[in-house]
Design a protein around this ligand. Structure first.
Ligand code: OXD
Length: 304
């Protein structure tokens, strides 16, 4: 049996063929079949993992699986797959949006519009600027493509430099990325090797005119160090869709800093992301039933 938390999605039952698929609103509603489940499309907490002896495959509805990778999941032989690739296009669009908003000071226009005030000023353009992309997965590579269309220079840091990196002008290390970028964009998953990478030293090595953008996960930057860099003018500003604590608490200083644009981890919440998620799941269900290798198998040590 395959258990899917979520609405009956087109294609899943057909992909499963003879194997029964049960759609539920939450895993609690499938408690009567935990003993029978071979596959689950949902975030699976350790207590459910412990009650599902036949479970062989868990598919996370998220692209980033940091919260799925509990110690129990890491230790278990169950194969974990992710939805990586579902939101890359949308997140790359969101990065461009945040870069344009920061570069043109769009909040200033919005304030002026609210006051019916004609505020005409000289602003920047992305052309000729350098974007440094920290992580060249789906969203990072799509951002590189889009940035080239904006006539930007593209630097990229990637864990496996041997992989193809189209539209990246130069693969580099973090030092070069920090020193040369006008926009540092974090697109990596949060893993043991990316957590806390951006701290006081890293912000100090960015240009004071540069912007920090995070569209993947909070916790890759140290929030206190980022706040200090923003308050002191060490960096020019930030566009943050992913946050160390989510939802961002009402008292968080990030909400009211004048040089910060906050969006509520909403950058990939598009119809396109949903459609691609469903395609990934349907294809993996078909593969699971046919005994073929699954797509997006998570390396539980690497964390993505
Ligand atoms: C994800 C997300 O899917 O951040 O990982 O939305």
């Amino acid at each position: 049996m395959i258990v899917v938390v979520g609405k009956e999605s087109p294609g899943y039952a057909a992909a499963a063929g003879e194997v029964p698929v049960r759609f539920v609103d939450s895993l609690d509603d499938a408690a009567d079949v935990f003993g029978e489940m071979e596959a689950v499309i949902a975030h699976v907490p350790p207590e459910v993992l412990a009650k599902a002896p036949k479970l062989r495959w868990v598919h996370s509805p998220s692209a980033g699986v940091d919260s799925d990778l509990t110690p129990e999941m890491r230790a278990s032989p169950v194969v974990l797959t992710s939805s990586a690739g579902n939101g890359g296009i949308s997140l790359a669009e969101h990065s461009i949006l945040l870069m344009l908003m920061l570069n043109r000071d769009v909040p200033r226009w919005m304030r002026a519009q609210a006051e019916h005030r004609w505020d005409h000023y000289r602003h920047g353009e992305l052309a000729g600027r350098t974007v440094g992309i920290y992580g060249l997965g789906h969203s990072g590579l799509d951002l590189a493509l889009k940035a080239k269309a904006f006539h930007m220079r593209v630097l990229g840091v990637r864990r496996r430099p041997g992989q193809p990196s189209p539209n990246v002008d130069e693969l580099c290390d973090l030092d070069q990325l920090l020193a040369e970028s006008d926009f540092v964009v974090v697109t990596t998953p949060r893993t043991p090797s990316t957590a806390g990478v951006f701290g006081t030293d890293e912000f100090a090595r960015m240009k004071s005119s540069a912007y920090f953008i995070c569209i993947s996960r909070g916790g890759i930057a140290d929030d206190d160090a980022l706040l200090e860099a923003l308050r002191s003018g060490q960096i020019a500003g930030a566009g943050l869709d992913a946050h160390g604590v989510e939802p961002l608490p009402p008292e968080s200083p990030f909400w009211s800093l004048p040089n910060v644009i906050v969006t509520p981890h909403n950058g990939a919440t598009s119809d396109g992301t949903l459609r691609r998620s469903q395609e990934i799941v349907a294809d993996n269900i078909r593969r699971f039933v046919a005994g073929e290798p699954l797509h997006n198998v998570v390396d539980k040590i690497a964390g993505y």
